[in-house]
Design a protein around this ligand. Sequence first.
Ligand code: ZN
Ligand code: ZN
Length: 269
Amino acid sequence: MSMELFSIASGSSGNCICAGNDRHHVLIDAGISGKRIETGMNAMDYTTKDMDGILVTHEHADHIAGLGVLMRRYGLPVYATQGTIDAMLSGGKLGKVDEGLFHPIVADQKFTIGTLNIHPIHISHDAADPVAYIIQDQSSGKKVGVITDLGTYDDYIIERISGLSALLLEANHDVNMLQVGPYPYQLKRRILGERGHLSNETSGRLLGKILNDHVVHIFLGHLSAENNYGRLALETVVSEVSFGDNPYKGTDFNITIASRHEVSERIVV
Ligand SMILES: [Zn+2]
Ligand SMILES: [Zn+2]
């Protein structure tokens, strides 16, 4: 079966991505209101009820702000590491939820949701036990990935996210805009640190290492509202890919920005 990927919202103000095949779908994070998620689903002729589960990357508010509502309203199963589950519950951010809906998962241990294989991978970020997710159709083997909220990458990440047909990759900030911008010093250090967020430059470098002939589309996502803008992120990533040590040019691929507020195009691979 083919796989599809689209973004309902992506950015430092809230994240919710949808992936699936003809039979099963998951949301990756629920960091916007339940109402906005339902509106986004409707734009793609789905409803939130059609989802077979929610994969949570980590406990930061921009990834879970709507999660409690979705759990209460739709009773959807929620997959997250035990560290993330504990942090969400101790933070009290979910309100009262049925804890029986939580399914603890472990990084590097594949699990299945219907006809989808889900591969959680470790990421370097300042949360309890954060992961990114690769979602794979069992019959065709096609994979899509959602890779955000990581301060750095290494060979482990490159190996795990190679071979994707489509992905949403973080391009959080422009380093210069961040450095001269209004954020307090400690926050700048956090974002720039090894457990912060990928800059446009680092995002382009990582992309150059994982591109392959099967890539159909790349979304750049989790853009900072204050320290980035779409055109700059695109230009920087495209030029990093083009001048990097790989056989591709940045213009060989469809690369678009996953918007903070609008539902993206639907990518089918
Ligand atoms: Zn985060
Ligand atoms: Zn985030």
